[in-house]
Ligand binder design. Structure first.
Ligand SMILES: [Zn+2]
Length: 110
């Protein structure tokens, strides 16, 4: 994200947050949309980080490339770009797989 995009992102994020908050205040509940609650929590977290002056928001912590605004709106807590997130997820899956394999290896008892 450029500086301008980053400012727009903060504004849009805040607008989304305000909208959900107002709908809650008006008694509207989202029984079939639990993700809305998560979204609020995630936006709150991101906004707290922004207020704390975390300048790294919108920059991938792995490759240091700019994370597109669209991704930052969908995942306000994103710290990786899509590519790095996929690599990380792949590694995690492999780790789990190796872990299971280790557990599945029968222990030779003599
Ligand atoms: Zn990256």
């Amino acid at each position: 994200m450029t500086n301008k995009e980053r400012n727009d992102w903060i504004k849009e994020l805040f607008a989304i947050y305000q909208e959900i908050k107002e709908r809650y205040a008006n008694g509207e509940r989202f029984p079939h949309q639990i993700p809305q609650r998560w979204r609020m929590v995630r936006i709150e977290k991101a906004m707290a980080e922004i207020r704390a002056g975390n300048a790294e928001r919108g920059i991938c912590i792995e490759c240091e490339k700019s994370i597109p605004k669209k991704r930052m709106l969908a995942f306000p807590e994103a710290i990786w770009c899509v590519n790095c997130a996929e690599i990380f997820e792949f590694q995690q899956q492999n780790k789990r797989r190796r872990h299971h394999m280790r557990l599945d290896v029968p222990v030779a008892i003599k």
